[in-house]
Design a protein around this ligand. Structure first.
Ligand SMILES: Nc1nc2c(ncn2[C@@H]2O[C@H](COP(=O)(O)OP(=O)(O)OP(=O)(O)O)[C@@H](O)[C@H]2O)c(=O)[nH]1
Ligand SMILES: [Mg+2]
Length: 356
């Protein structure tokens, strides 16, 4: 999973990137601190993996990973070259989801490039710049196919139709994801506004009443999901190790780290869940789309598993957590054999049988 972080300058993108990735990207009270993109890969935290490791005692445990890309801040007019321009957006053309960081914290000591804290305006500015960047990249696609379409190439004519629908929608101020077009028909254009977005509100330690709810409600009207973090606290937490960190979080009444909050939000936004494989060699988490059938889930491990899929031995994480061993599961009839129509559930532990 790859996530690209966008937002205005000085909203805390690099601060939160550092907290999420235990990284040390430059973060400062100076708009346009980030020029070159920062990239960090982190293990996706999942407490169930720890418990499975305890029960199966494998040689190794492998979590799934997530790659974050922190880029420069966008400003109004970036498509016309304002600020650092918008060329750096190319660094997030290939990500699976966009994390749109929005400033909710007031702190008068931290410069706001638009002069005041106003999440609606800020979100609109960024969305508009992303749409303008998409319109510019559509122009290049038009150039590629219009000649072919004119000479009667049927496939090219169809592509041209999709491009025209995208251009009309984006020009009317609608992001590509909101145009009701077939996602398969538009993925090849790698449009930024076709990607699912998770809005992340960066709040004060003690936010004013109503700010968070207002932000969440507004994001809901955009058809997207949101999570809220406090960048300042997250960066303090990230500096603590082990027990100190747990204690500090407990004192603050925080159940989840920023990384967990973002990952949970990203999984929800992308419609993802995890299943596990559990053996002597390794215990491992795998990410699949919700609703994925057993052969496709097996295909995430290796395409041969999907092609030669015979069946899957499956049990639920909750059952092994409760009963403590596969033997106990077998005794209770909780170890099932499932065929190719089975929909793999979040937390399933699967063992695939396949012919090679
Ligand atoms: N008070 C407060 N300050 C914060 C918070 N999060 C970040 N900051 C401060 O805001 C300033 C900007 O943070 P950065 O993380 O560099 O912001 P950025 O979005 O990466 O900025 P650019 O790279 O310039 O686009 C820094 O001085 C941070 O310490 C927060 O939650 N509360
Ligand atoms: Mg930055």
């Amino acid at each position: 999973m790859e996530i690209g972080i966008v937002g205005l300058p000085n909203v805390g993108k690099s601060t939160i990137f550092n907290a999420l990735t235990s990284g040390n990207a430059a973060a400062s009270n100076y708009p346009f601190t980030t020029i070159e993109p920062n990239v960090g890969v982190v293990a996706v935290p999942d407490a169930r993996l720890g418990r499975l490791t305890e029960l199966c005692k494998p040689h190794k445990t492998v979590p799934t990973s997530c790659r974050f890309v922190d880029i420069a801040g966008l400003v109004k007019g970036a498509s016309q070259g304002e600020g650092l321009g918008n060329k750096f957006l190319a660094n997030i053309r290939e990500v699976d989801a966009v994390l749109h960081m929005v400033r909710l914290f007031k702190d008068p000591d931290v410069v706001h490039t638009m002069g005041s804290v106003d999440y609606r305006r800020d979100i609109e500015v960024i969305e508009t710049e992303l749409m303008l960047a998409d319109l510019a990249s559509l122009e290049k696609q038009f150039e590629k196919v219009s000649g072919k379409a004119k000479s009667g190439d049927k496939a090219a004519r169809e592509v041209l139709g999709v491009l025209e629908a995208l251009k009309a929608g984006l020009s009317a101020g609608k992001p590509a994801r909101a145009l009701g077009l077939d996602p398969k028909a538009i993925t090849e254009f790698a449009l930024l506004t076709a990607k699912p977005v998770l809005f992340v509100g960066n709040t004060d330690e003690a936010p004013e009443p109503g700010v968070i709810a207002g932000f969440q409600d507004y994001v809901r009207t955009l058809g997207s999901g949101s999570v809220v973090l406090c960048g300042k606290l997250e960066s303090e937490i990230a500096e603590l190790a082990g027990e100190d960190r747990a204690l500090f979080m407990k004192d603050l009444g925080m159940e989840r780290s920023g990384l967990e909050t973002v990952i949970v939000g990203a999984y929800r936004t992308l419609g993802l869940c995890s299943y596990f494989t559990c053996g002597e060699t390794e215990v491992r988490a795998w990410t699949i789309p919700i609703g994925c059938k057993a052969p496709q889930a097996a295909g995430v491990i290796h395409s041969d598993f999907e092609k030669g899929f015979i069946r899957a031995d499956v049990y639920a994480y909750a059952d092994i957590d409760r009963l403590g061993s596969e033997a106990a599961l077998r005794e209770k009839g909780l170890l099932r054999s499932e065929g190719k129509e089975y929909t793999v559930k979040d937390g399933d532990v699967c063992h695939f049988k396949f012919s090679s």
